[in-house]
Write a protein that binds this ligand. Structure first.
Ligand code: SF4
Ligand code: SF4
Length: 298
């Protein structure tokens, strides 16, 4: 079976315990306004234009047989609804400014690559982490990868938004040694406004994982979305009542904004980054009620 990926990162120290290989699957079922991996949102490969290399020569617009490239005062843009990924523009760009993001790999290819660092996993308590996008969007591919990694004795983890039916959560859960699941907001209307979807399935999945897996709840702290003391307190209350022991807060950053330009995608949030100190100052005013609350720079 084949899956759509946009990256495989070896020797990661940020995506679960120990040294890990992170397999980034392409495609997501939410559109979070702050997403710092916009190349993960669409399941299909996309043409990316490195704006810093583009000399505005116009060759890509000339050669595109599908009228997918246009320009305005800010530069050249690719319309991903028209692009058929033929690669002409990539081959003919004189500045090597264009590349295709996204590729296919079979379950066997992924597992073979993951197994290369088995010694590091064993020495550090690490393993493989499936991330995205939302890895569960490619549910059958993910399930097969997890089963195959387990058969090889590799510890497994997932970074997930939990936005899928509980039937799928229950199939994934026994194949996972460690779960990092997002809890973004307890208010459904606000969650819909900033992510495009209801929080109902995400909260239910988080509760399921907490009851069955070693689970870290993760909260991206986003200005104008959930960065008030009341909103964070509500999330901590949900976590505590759901049996969490630990919550990790991830302050908003803007490292991914240039990717939006490079992918000809709009970035609409327009807020200033939040420092760890600023988020910690809010946390210090909250009643954690015995929860370990960590603020991480990511
Ligand atoms: S992406 Fe390449 S071909 Fe297109 S305008 Fe920029 S430099 Fe020219
Ligand atoms: S990959 Fe092909 S269809 Fe897509 S923008 Fe380039 S030339 Fe046009």
């Amino acid at each position: 079976m084949t899956g759509h990926l946009f990256n495989i990162q070896r020797f990661s120290l940020d995506d679960g315990p120990g040294i890990r290989t992170v397999v980034f699957l392409k495609g997501c079922n939410q559109v979070c306004l702050w997403c710092h991996n916009p190349e993960s949102l669409l399941p299909a490969p996309q043409v990316l234009r490195k704006d810093s290399l583009c000399t505005r020569c116009g060759r890509c617009e000339e050669v595109c047989p599908h009228g997918a490239v246009s320009h305005n005062d800010a530069g050249f843009l690719t319309d991903h609804t028209k692009c058929v990924r033929c690669g002409h523009c990539i081959d003919l760009c004189p500045s090597d400014a264009l590349m295709l993001v996204g590729y296919d790999k079979t379950v066997e290819e992924v597992v073979k690559l993951v197994c290369k660092d088995r010694d590091f996993y064993q020495r550090t308590g690490g393993g493989v982490t499936f991330s995205g996008g939302e890895p569960a969007v490619q549910s059958e591919f993910l399930l097969q990868c997890l089963e195959a990694c387990r058969e090889q004795g590799i510890q497994t983890a997932i970074e997930t938004n939990g936005n899928y039916p509980l039937e799928l959560t229950a199939r994934l859960s026994p194949l996972l040694d460690y779960v990092m699941v997002d809890v973004k907001h307890t208010d459904d209307e606000k969650h819909r406004r900033f992510t495009g979807v209801s929080n109902r399935q995400s909260l239910a999945s988080a509760q399921y994982y907490l009851a069955h897996n070693v689970t870290d709840l993760r909260v991206p702290v986003i200005p104008t979305f959930n960065d008030t003391a009341d909103e964070l307190q509500d999330i901590l209350r949900f976590a505590r009542e759901s049996g969490a022991k630990k919550v990790t807060l991830l302050p908003y950053h803007t490292f991914g904004i240039s990717k939006y330009t490079n992918l000809s995608m709009p970035y609409t949030l327009g807020s200033e980054p939040l420092s760890v100190a600023a988020v910690q100052a809010i946390v210090d005013t909250l009643d954690a009620g015995g929860l370990a609350v960590e603020v991480n720079e990511r």
